[in-house]
Structure formats: structure tokens, C-alpha cells
Design a protein around this ligand. Structure first.
Ligand code: SF4
Length: 140
């Protein structure tokens, strides 16, 4: 999907802005799929690819899609910076960015973040065990 198509889809007034930031990504159970930009763009990508769900081609398409999302995000950040007259190279060297990076590095060692990371791994382990028991883990 290119930038223009994404922007056009995002302009749909029926969408709930940022709803995908507050969900568990269990789209199959979600009642807001028609109002979610993430869901609609992913459906569009599946339609564009033409591959059947769960196929090797679809899995490869998934990883390609992640890469394309990052490239698209970078393109949009560059466009925004250019429009606002911001030189990203200069901005990356600024004191504000250095200070933000220092805060981030400090935060990485905070006890709350360590606890959150441990909980994340507990949940991931729980999911893997559950999938293994159901025989779904590692299947293509
Ligand atoms: S459709 Fe999926 S991504 Fe969108 S809000 Fe619902 S669960 Fe989240």
C-alpha cells in the first residue's frame, strides 16, 4: 500500500482515531473492525496480495508488510519534517534529542519497566504453552 492510499483511507470520518492503540489486537472478536484503520489497511493488504490466509506466501507477505510499514512511516516523518522546515539530521544532534535519549536509557533500567518486561515474557510463555497444547504452535 502506498502513502497516498493510506492517507485517503485515514481520512474516512467513520474511523475512530487511534482505537488500535487501546486494544488487544484480537480483531476476530472486535466489534469496531469497520471503524479501525489498522484492521482496514490489513484487510486491504491481504486483498492486494491475493494469497490465501496461513500460506507460506502470506507469511512472507506479513514480514514484507512490516518492512513496508517502517519505510512508509519514515517517508511520512520526512514529509512532515520537510513541511515544518525541520532538518532531521540537525534535529538528531540537538540537545533535546540527547536529553530525551538519556531519559529513555534511564527509563530502560527503571524497576517498573523491568517488572513490565518480566510480565510480558510470562504472558508470551503462557501463550506459547497454550498454543503448543492446542497443537497450533509452529504450524505454517
Ligand atoms: S479491529 Fe483489531 S486492531 Fe482494530 S481496534 Fe479492533 S482489535 Fe484493535
Amino acid at each position: 500500500m502506498d502513502k497516498d492510499k493510506l492517507i485517503k483511507m485515514a481520512e474516512n470520518p467513520h474511523l475512530i482515531p487511534g482505537i488500535y492503540n487501546y486494544c488487544d489486537r484480537w480483531c476476530e472478536r472486535c466489534t469496531f473492525t469497520s471503524r479501525c484503520l489498522t484492521f482496514l489497511t490489513e484487510e486491504e493488504k491481504k486483498r492486494e496480495s491475493g494469497y490465501s490466509p496461513g500460506s507460506d506466501e502470506m507469511n512472507e507477505e506479513f514480514w514484507k508488510g512490516i518492512r513496508e510499514n517502517f519505510l512508509l512511516a519514515m517517508e511520512m516523518v520526512r514529509d512532515f519534517a520537510e513541511k515544518e522546515g525541520i532538518d532531521l539530521e540537525v534535529a538528531m544532534e540537538s540537545e533535546e534529542v540527547e536529553a530525551a535519549m538519556a531519559r529513555w536509557r534511564k527509563g530502560v533500567r527503571s524497576p517498573m519497566l523491568i517488572i513490565a518486561q518480566k510480565r510480558r515474557w510470562i504472558i508470551i510463555s503462557w501463550l506459547i504453552i497454550g498454543l503448543k497444547e492446542r497443537g497450533n504452535y509452529g504450524r505454517k
